[in-house]
Design a protein around this ligand. Structure first.
Ligand code: FAD
Length: 400
């Protein structure tokens, strides 16, 4: 895999370019590489590594820690028994990239209603965990079919503008790099959604600017539907415990999940708490919250230390009589991730709008319709379906 070093304002040219380096992009790239060995492919990601919302924080302050800061694992509900998805999951299992997640799931607040957690959106169906960190899972997925470095990866590169002229896409990055590509895959909908106006400081949605209204019905429909899609904001607190912090009881598996019943979630403002055993045997703790009051108070918090005190106090009160979890001492380290858009919410985009041949543009990600909407399941499935569509298209007519 070649990671191109940053050169100021360079020009690049590719057959196919993928924007985004989350799990959806990695699955798509892996499958595409398998079948298109001669093409020049680029993947462009604004972050420092792969994985996107299902990645891992490798902290520069807290050395040696790897905490999955978004999705810690994933579930496949797959009630329609989709063979494409099933075969792919089997492939990941056979290659020992993932395994069945047999971690303990503990419901806090009402043990008698345990089944309600088992049916929760992140637990329904079969649960899988990466045999590495979540970031490494995305890396492994790409490397798997990338012998001979067929894909160029660009990190810390934010695409802010798109143009489509003479059947060629031009992508312009924040720092002036220009990428020309015959085909474009967007695995993120940032450049298609109104939130781009604020985030990228634009006065028009980049895709809308590239393909003006009334040029293509499918693109108009896609943008109209996305106009009704919003996102769930979240906070995750990453707690780096002290050397001697451990469970009260004996528990040796890598993860342990605590889900809170609604009344407890309202009281403590935590959604779930995931203990993540590190390679060096230290115990990391990731606390998820989607409580709006909490989000607002964090946004307005002038003193992050004061906020940390609140998190730790809530944690200690929640677990005060727990048989497994020890109290925090307030000496532990903590970092906070604020997710403006942790999961899409509202209208999902139909898969029929995934590939717009006339404009040589296609899309994948968790924002497409289906059981996996808003989850890794949807990201993977949409990528597999897209790759199959493109393969059928190139087999039947022009090559892509
Ligand atoms: C806190 C949290 C907890 C979650 N828990 C679960 C869970 O338990 N189970 C589950 O299944 N799902 C969970 N999810 C959802 C899951 O993480 C996502 O559904 C999945 O990771 C989405 O993958 P993706 O590839 O579709 O998108 P993303 O991971 O968002 O990938 C898109 C990538 O594109 C990059 N990008 C965006 N715009 C640009 C641009 N203009 N230029 C360059 N790069 C760009 C982004 O940086 C990102 O890396 C959780 C999400 C969060 C945030």
């Amino acid at each position: 895999m070649s990671t191109t070093p940053k050169i100021m304002e360079s020009n690049f040219s590719y057959d196919l370019t993928i924007i985004g380096g989350g799990i959806s992009a990695c699955v798509f790239a892996s499958k595409y590489l398998q079948n298109n060995i001669t093409k020049k492919i680029a993947l462009i990601e604004v972050g420092r590594g792969l994985g996107g919302r299902s990645s891992t924080r490798i902290s520069e302050t807290f050395k040696g820690w790897k905490l999955n800061h978004g999705a810690p694992n994933f579930n496949i509900s797959n009630t329609k028994n989709n063979l494409l998805l099933k075969n792919y999951i089997d492939e990941l299992l056979e290659n020992k990239f993932i395994k069945i997640d047999d971690s303990e799931l503990i419901s806090l607040g009402d043990e008698s209603k345990f089944d309600t957690f088992k049916n929760s959106e992140f637990y329904r169906g079969n649960n899988y965990q990466s045999l590495f960190s979540m970031r490494e899972l995305s890396q492994k997925i790409i490397e798997f079919k990338n012998s001979g470095s067929k894909i160029d990866l660009f990190f810390e590169t934010l695409i802010t503008d798109l143009k489509f002229n003479n059947d060629v896409w031009t992508l312009i990055s924040e720092n002036g790099d220009i990428f020309k590509s015959k085909y474009l895959i967007c695995s993120t909908n940032l450049l298609l959604h109104k939130r781009s106006l604020k985030i990228l400081k634009k006065n028009e949605i980049p895709l809308r600017k590239a393909i003006p209204k009334n040029k293509d019905k499918k693109i108009d429909l896609l943008l109209n539907l996305l106009d009704k899609q919003s996102f769930i904001p979240r906070l995750t607190f990453l707690i780096y415990t002290n050397e001697d912090y451990s469970y009260k009881d004996f528990y040796s598996r890598k993860y342990r999940y605590f889900y809170l019943k609604k009344s407890l979630e309202n009281k403590y403002k935590f959604e779930r708490i995931i203990f993540q055993l590190q390679d060096n045997n230290k115990l990391g703790i990731v606390v998820h919250s989607k409580n709006i009051d909490f989000l607002n108070s964090y946004t307005n918090a002038k003193d992050e230390d004061f906020f940390k005190q609140t998190i730790f106090a809530n944690f200690n009160e929640l677990f005060s009589n727990n048989a497994s979890v020890n109290q925090l001492t307030f000496n532990e380290g903590m970092s906070i991730m604020k997710w403006r858009a942790s999961q899409p919410f509202g209208s999902a985009v139909p898969l029929s709008l995934q590939f717009i041949r006339k404009y040589r543009i296609a899309f994948c990600g968790d924002w497409f319709e289906g059981e996996g909407f808003g989850r890794i399941e949807g990201s993977i499935l949409s990528a597999l379906i897209l790759e199959e569509k493109i393969r059928n298209y190139s087999n039947n007519c022009l090559s892509i």
